[in-house]
Design a protein around this ligand. Sequence first.
Ligand code: T3D
Length: 265
Amino acid sequence: MRTDFQNVLVELDESVVTLTMNRPEMLNAINTLMLEELTEAVEAAAQLDAIRCVVLAGAGRAFGAGQDLTEFASAHMGSQPLKVSEHLAKYHRLILALRHMPKPVIAAIQGVATGITLNIALACDIRIAADNARLREGFARIGLVPDGGGGYMLPRLVGLGRAIEIALLAEDISGPEAERIGLVNRCVPLAEFEETTRALAKRLANGPTRTYQLIKELMYQSLEMDLRASLHLEGQLQEVAYATADHRESVDAFLHKRAATFTGT
Ligand code: T3D
């Protein structure tokens, strides 16, 4: 996996990889290069069996300030105006790569998370916020609709009524409030934020990775299904889970009163 990106830091700690959006001087606003690098890193992490949990973070005092509006404005106003569908296709590739990641992805949110950066976090499996987090679905403030999967993820996380209010008003939501309404899974004091994230990532990385992949598939696909279809899918996935080494190991560990060691297979 490449580690020499310009706008994304890649840190591997045992089987946890942390991808950090790294333009702190402009609150990690996403320019084309960062988007391409982040997508490449996420896709590479998906391929590597040695990586069993991915953390997405922001450098400095923010998670991220959304689209780089300087780059956006110059693209809009240049002689060849931005082709929105082509531009968005790049974001969509990242959103799908996160959503299809065959291992857990944690978004670690401190400070500002707005616009497309927030929606990238919503595409992750678990969100941990520090208590200084300010989450804002900021698109309406610049006359845009939520993109990058916001229209899909937001109502599924917080319910339709609240999602519409959040998108229309585009106001800051604090970390504790985000936890209360289900926009993030947990909000912790800033002083405990890194350690909480690290401990959760390690725990997930030491778990039954293949089973986690199947659980993600079951949950995400079931969103699009009726009960009958979901029950059918659960049967198919359980067949795969029964055949994993981790399933056999955990039953054996229980029977022999010892801790299980998961290999992720
Ligand atoms: O392309 C697509 O279709 C995808 C769609 C994307 C749309 C979006 O992502 S919508 C959201 C776009 N983002 C914004 O509207 C946020 C703009 N930024 C702000 O409103 C404020 O910076 C914040 C509220 C996020 C933070 O305020 P504050 O006071 O803590 O920091 P600051 O001083 O405003 O920002 C620090 C620097 O970062 C500053 O640069 P300077 O003056 O020190 O040279 C600021 O200009 C820069 N910065 C912050 N956000 C962006 C940015 N530069 C470019 N693009 C940004 N988004």
